[in-house]
Design a protein around this ligand. Structure first.
Ligand code: Q9C
Ligand code: ZN
Length: 341
């Protein structure tokens, strides 16, 4: 399987993540994808390609133009305002307040985000653009006949809404990929989100549409980020009613339980018969992940990859979460090797 990877991910190297009342070294750090890339190479998974440049056209098919503009200039505006540290949102439109965009950079950071752990600094914009190009290059390869391609995206994307960043995400790479397939004439596309966290951005982007089926398996939002979306009674609205599926699990969930949801998801996808499948792949479902609470083991990722292959659809894997441990390389590449059999 081919892998698409951009060294420009290094341009996002924030020093801070607000966690537990202090600023820690971010969990979403550059070494994550370097660990995965090293495993891709040591296992000779296949060719590693740099992305093509697609510009902002395909990004703006999913994200609002004013949000894209905000992200492009956020850091410069923050510096111009004389702020001493990295850009971190600290005020939001709470219940009963007005959802209008303020001029001030503190106000705009809150307007365009839903969480405070995702700091912005110099290079975040460039890395987010490169990450979208990684996904779009993988999409193009699959549209041109590859059975499956691994988009080794960083930063990740599945938490990003049409006009909100958060959860370490800025551009929703999986959604951009699915929309690119649609714009190239694919009638139906499915997105299966296997990250530990709910794919809230992906769900919200396609919630009123029946042409993109969205399914997410994740930690119960009552107990896990993003807390305010991802419950099982969210099934879509309007045209999209019946085209969103959430499957939630409690702390300690092992593969034997998690994989029952995977089976349900696969049956739904098989019934939908998409022209292409996008897997939002997080490996923060791993037993040793530092911020999550499932108990998948490294060998389980081989089984998971094999099950996805059995669906038989052209497939793009976009890299999402997975933190802390060297095993993220083994686990992510195990999915691809399980897929290849
Ligand atoms: N103390 C992705 O996996 N905060 N994002 C969790 C942990 C944010 C995860 C709190 C987690 C975001 C792409
Ligand atoms: Zn995650």
């Amino acid at each position: 399987m081919k892998t698409v990877f951009s060294p420009l991910h290094h341009l996002r190297s924030v020093k801070t993540e607000l966690d537990g009342g202090i600023l820690i070294e971010p969990h979403e750090k550059p070494s994550r994808v370097e660990t995965i890339l090293a495993r891709v190479k040591s296992q000779t998974l296949g060719e590693v390609l740099e992305p093509e440049e697609f510009g902002l056209g395909p990004v703006k098919r999913v994200h609002k133009p004013d949000y894209v503009e905000f992200l492009e200039h956020c850091w410069a505006d923050w510096v111009a305002a004389g702020k001493p540290g990295e850009a971190i949102p600290a005020v939001w439109c709470g219940r009963g307040m007005r959802a209008r965009m303020p001029k001030d950079i503190d106000g705009r950071l809150g307007y365009y985000s839903f969480a405070a752990e995702t700091s912005i600094s110099d290079g975040t914009w460039e890395a987010a653009c490169a990450s979208a190009n990684v996904a779009l290059t993988a999409q193009k390869l699959v549209a041109n006949g590859e059975r499956a391609v691994f988009a080794l995206c960083r930063p990740p994307g599945h938490h990003a809404h049409a006009d909100l960043f958060g959860g370490y995400c800025f551009f929703n790479n999986a959604a951009i990929t699915a929309q690119a397939f649609r714009d190239q004439g694919y009638q139906r596309v499915a997105i299966l989100d296997l990250d530990f966290h709910h794919g809230n951005g992906t769900q919200a982007i396609f919630y009123d549409r029946s042409d993109v089926l969205t399914i997410s398996l994740h930690g119960d939002p009552d107990l896990a980020f993003p807390h305010f979306l991802g419950f099982e009674d969210e099934t879509g609205e309007g045209e999209g009613e019946g085209y969103n599926l959430n499957i939630v699990y409690p702390p300690g969930t092992p593969y034997g339980v998690w994989s029952q949801g995977l089976e349900t998801a696969c049956e739904r996808i098989a019934a939908f018969q998409p022209g292409a499948l996008v897997i939002a792949l997080g490996v923060d479902t791993f037993e040793d992940d530092p911020i999550s609470f499932f108990k998948l083991k490294s060998a389980d990722y081989l089984s998971l990859g094999k099950r996805i292959e059995q669906l038989g659809f052209p497939t793009v894997f976009t890299m999402e979460g997975g933190y802390g441990v060297d095993a993220i390389g083994v686990n992510a590449v195990n999915v691809m090797q399980g897929f290849e059999g």
